[in-house]
Design a protein around this ligand. Structure first.
Ligand code: C2E
Ligand code: MG
Ligand code: MG
Ligand code: MG
Length: 285
């Protein structure tokens, strides 16, 4: 927090103040340059989507994928979302970026249907500001119609904390997605303090267990208990479960034993450019 840093810097003397001031200035300048760059990133075609396959424990196959944005920045190189999504969200630029992502994903779904006959579903992430955009549904409906794909090929991921911001309106929006035929997943589940009572009211198809619960699964007994409880709770509500961040065979074995439905992680594949997707999808573990 900038004010706090400034305050403690002031307290600890002029030298430090100068140092912190410079550091803050540098940070502010960096943020400004990123924000400025975001203005033209779409028109200069600097964004690219990578796709990470999702594994189905039931069919023992990769079954669908998640689109994850990257930015080919002219000076900074390939930027991952944590470097710019927050800034895009704050400035409102996330809306245009979000529609670019949805358009791109729908085009890719269409193209793959035409050329490879594959009909894997693709998931896109929606940030809070996108999710609360009153035109969101109408715009998605129009994109789907224009491209000419089945709405069932599309899945949206919304974080648990976004849904908790305004539960009533979230429930309303999710119902509209479901009516369109779009699959709905709660992302990063377990980090946003929603209750069982809340989950019961949310019209969602999937729940993605946050990576932080999977990370130490092999050694951490409480994580094992939490993950088992989340899976049985979701199944009681007829919601299927994806575990994020599976990196080891031990994690895989435990999740399979717990009855987890889907898994995602480096064990199966990292997110890859569309051109490398066929290879990733045909690799059977
Ligand atoms: P997320 O939706 O929870 O995506 C999962 C993140 O975990 C991705 O990071 C993915 O590359 C990474 N990951 C997947 N498997 C593993 C694993 O086995 N180990 C580890 N350590 N990491 C793994 P990424 O691509 O950097 O994306 C970060 C976040 O940025 C995403 O989290 C999502 O919230 C956001 N994001 C990505 N693309 C978009 C987008 O198009 N729009 C919006 N609004 N947000 C996006
Ligand atoms: Mg996601
Ligand atoms: Mg996630
Ligand atoms: Mg996550």
């Amino acid at each position: 927090n900038a004010d706090m840093a400034m305050y403690s810097a002031k307290k600890s003397g002029k030298r430090n103040y100068h140092f912190f001031n410079k550091a803050l200035q540098k940070k502010a300048l960096y943020k400004m340059s990123i924000e400025e760059g975001l203005d033209t990133a779409i028109s200069k075609e600097q964004f690219v989507l990578h796709y990470q396959p999702v594994f189905s424990f039931d069919s023992n196959k990769l079954c669908c994928y998640e689109a994850l944005i990257r930015w080919n920045h002219p000076r900074e190189g390939l930027l991952y979302p944590e470097r710019f999504i927050g800034i895009a969200e704050e400035s409102g630029k996330i809306k245009d970026i979000g529609y670019w992502v949805i358009q791109e994903v729908c085009d890719v779904i269409k193209m793959r249907q035409l050329h490879t006959g594959d009909s894997y579903r693709v998931a896109v992430n929606l940030s809070p500001r996108q999710f609360n955009d009153p035109d969101l549904l109408e715009n998605i409906r129009r994109i789907i119609l224009n491209v000419g794909i089945d709405a069932r090929s599309l899945e949206i991921e919304i974080t648990e904390s976004t849904l908790m911001e305004n539960v009533e309106s979230a429930i309303h929006t999710l119902h509209q997605f479901k009516e369109l035929g779009i699959t709905v997943a709660i992302d990063d589940f377990g980090t946003g303090y929603s209750s069982l009572a809340m989950l019961k009211r949310l019209p969602v198809d999937k729940l993605k267990i946050d990576r932080s619960f999977v990370k130490d699964l092999s050694s951490n007994n409480s994580d094992q208990k939490i993950v088992q409880a989340l899976i049985s709770m979701a199944h009681t509500l007829q919601i299927s479960v994806i575990a994020e961040g599976i990196e080891t065979q031990e994690q895989f074995n435990l999740l399979q034993q717990y009855g987890c439905d889907f898994g995602q992680g480096y064990l199966f594949s990292k997110p890859v450019p569309i051109t490398e997707l066929n290879e990733a999808m045909s690799t059977v573990i």
